[in-house]
Write a protein that binds this ligand. Structure first.
Ligand code: DGL
Length: 274
């Protein structure tokens, strides 16, 4: 794989509407700590989970094109279930670099579940997507899938990373809603199908039965990136040239600088959309 950067190392772009993709970036950093990341948040159009399909496809297309022009990378990761379950075919038809999408971990959940009852927690848009229903039909036809869409949890994850006090009562309420159907008593696996939600894993676990395993797609994405990079790559030290890019200059974005440092990202940039 050819290198797109001046440092001669491959570089990847991790893209989300907000901070959710950091849960994917964390898995990539654990597996490939030397790999420089461009972390991009489309905070100017956040949240994605409440947007119409046509406008979201057009927006993602526009932002990704601008990002790739300014930050050449070797692999693009759409670290957002809401965007991936909608825009992947379009992006793949338009761009020539390898694109890794993050979609709900239905397949591993169905394999893991002993009871055949799995939960799916995502944005309202992801829960409603035909792509998600197709995944369930294909990989979990024998399972009962209990789905809940929540935009509130997305906002809470953003607040947590900005260092604000978060509302645990709301998390408790969302967990109770998920567990409301009679069948939910048998749930033993819960798919966190929004990249924001693994950032709230600890908080969610407090309000869910202990037997429920929370899973997401992060580790599988890191493995996929490793595979795409191939074996002929420099390893070396931890990447220091990571950068975060926002599509809008806001106080909220500036407040994320401490959290970003915890993810090894010390530089913040802003993108002028073309
Ligand atoms: N993090 C995104 C996902 O994985 C969506 C959050 C949003 O609604 O913007 O679905």
């Amino acid at each position: 794989m050819s290198s797109a950067t001046q440092t001669n190392k491959p570089r990847v772009l991790v893209f989300d509407s907000g901070v959710g993709g950091l849960s994917v970036a964390r898995e990539i950093q654990q597996r490939l700590p030397w790999l420089p990341l461009v972390y991009a948040s489309d905070n100017g159009f956040f949240p994605y989970g409440t947007k119409g399909e046509t406008e979201l496809i057009a927006r993602v297309d526009q932002v990704i094109r601008s990002l790739l022009q300014r930050y050449p990378v070797d692999i693009l990761i759409i670290a957002c279930n809401t965007a991936s379950t909608l825009t992947l075919p379009h992006l793949r038809s338009q761009l020539s670099l390898p694109i890794v999408g993050v979609v709900p971990a239905i397949k591993p959940a169905a394999k893991l579940s002993q009871s055949g009852v799995i939960g799916l927690l995502a944005t309202p848009a992801t829960v409603a997507r035909p792509y998600t229903h197709e995944l369930i039909r294909e990989y979990a036809p024998q399972c009962d899938v209990i789905s809940l869409g929540s935009s509130e949890l997305v906002q809470i994850a953003e607040q947590k990373l900005r260092g604000e006090v978060i509302d645990h009562k709301s998390i408790e309420h969302i967990a109770a809603q998920l567990m409301e159907p009679e069948k939910a008593k048998q749930m033993d696996v819960l798919v966190l199908a929004c990249t924001h939600f693994p950032l709230l894993k600890e908080e969610l676990s407090v309000y869910l039965p202990e037997k429920i395993q929370l899973i997401d797609s992060g580790e599988a994405i890191a493995r996929r990136v490793e595979f795409l990079l191939g074996t002929n790559i420099p390893h070396g030290n931890k990447a220091i040239e990571n950068i975060a890019v926002f599509t809008k200059r806001t106080n909220e974005a500036a407040q994320l600088s401490i959290a970003l440092k915890n993810f090894g990202i010390h530089k913040i940039d802003y993108l002028d959309l073309q």
